[in-house]
Ligand binder design. Sequence first.
Ligand SMILES: CC(C)(COP(=O)(O)OP(=O)(O)OC[C@H]1O[C@@H](n2cnc3c(N)ncnc32)[C@H](O)[C@@H]1OP(=O)(O)O)[C@@H](O)C(=O)NCCC(=O)NCCS
Length: 124
Amino acid sequence: MIKSIGLDLVEIARITADVERYGKRFIQRILGPQELEIYNRRHDKELFLSGRFAAKEAVVKGLGQYLTDRPPLAEIQIINDPSGRPQLELPPEMQRRISPAQCILSITHEKKYAAAVAVFVEEK
Ligand SMILES: CC(C)(COP(=O)(O)OP(=O)(O)OC[C@H]1O[C@@H](n2cnc3c(N)ncnc32)[C@H](O)[C@@H]1OP(=O)(O)O)[C@@H](O)C(=O)NCCC(=O)NCCS
């Protein structure tokens, strides 16, 4: 059963401008440690960062069903499985609070925009 969804759209130029203005500090506010390693290896850094930003904002919207406080974006990590599918990784305490829900994510990025949707589902 679908319990909650979140959707977000990001203008890539806005993310690029924030990276130019605030540098590492901005990137580290968005990406967790594993994601930072991936970011450093990616050739499409702006797309990756914008996609992660959109996905995390989408997750935060969906999490509103379960949490009262907005978590820092860097605490929410999204790691691609071997097929490329993005998988949400929450800190154990946050995962416990959404249990037994699972989050299904989809991310897309084009030249100007990145978008993502997060769907929280629970077994009936
Ligand atoms: C993966 C795929 C969706 C990428 O499409 P695209 O138009 O080139 O790129 P988009 O910007 O729309 O999407 C890229 C995002 O898709 C996601 N993605 C990658 N592989 C994926 C997969 N196998 N399943 C779901 N999502 C995937 C990733 O989040 C990626 O962004 P990220 O690497 O920054 O995390 C496309 O190559 C595809 O359809 N591949 C086949 C998927 C598949 O294996 N299907 C099985 C049979 S239907």
